[in-house]
Design a protein around this ligand. Sequence first.
Ligand code: PAF
Length: 302
Amino acid sequence: MHIVKTVSELRDAVRAWRSSGQSVALVPTMGNLHAGHLALVNEAKKRADRVVVSIFVNPTQFGVGEDFETYPRTEHEDQQKLNATGADLLFQPAVSDVYTPDAKTLVSVTGLSEWYCGASRPGHFDGVATIVCKLFNMVQPDVALFGLKDFQQLTVIRTMVRDLNIPVEIVGVATVREESGLAMSSRNGYLTSEEKTIAAKLYQSLCAAREAVLEGGQSYQEIERKALQFLQESGFQPDYFVVCRASDLKKADENDKELVLLVAAKLGKTRLIDNVCFSRNPPQSPFGKGGSRRQGDLNAKS
Ligand code: PAF
């Protein structure tokens, strides 16, 4: 695997591939790679001839008092994992290579970026949209892959790509979970072993709410209220639990079929997020009952 630090080295490598007709996938990350990231790289390898992985802890998406300084940086281990997975190029720039000190441009997906995680982390999604837009301009990939775990982030990026006519296909890849159901996340490393056991209840709350939605008979408001109560009683400080339309993350009503349940909650010092997306449409198979619980089927070409 080739490792580059500067935008000009990156562009030289990508240009050489392009001149021989090869397609390019981008997997943007902030490092501290786990099985969820490696699933993105594996999916990228199926979708393009060459895979670029970026590792950049992006300062503009962290708020004041958040964990930018302490965010786990595991350069050596990350390089080994990417080598073993078969990425072609690692782009690992310094902050000064990415942002000029007097940068004046921000990409903002209005509305969506202020809801849910955006309400608790003002400016976070502007930082994400700006860095992802910059990475798209630097790499000019054919396809870019993101985890479905960060569902609101994925929706912000899809919306940006649509609104700015960026010629890239956005692919969402299913969340990788530990055996307990806990979604893989770099921030899981902040949890004590006791907290890790409790953390699995976040996914349980989503599964229970999904069953309640599919069963019917309760309002979405009631389902959200019960989930928040369950989380509070389990030791979390819940931020939000919402039943949304998968397409635009507006609050769902009874007519909506493609849904996503989004949750964020603090456990001790650690803020965790998770979601499940599913369909209320009757299944095709005569053996199924209710809607579909599949995740990872929401990939639309942008
Ligand atoms: O999901 C992440 O790791 C980051 O938000 C991303 C997309 C790499 C942008 O910094």
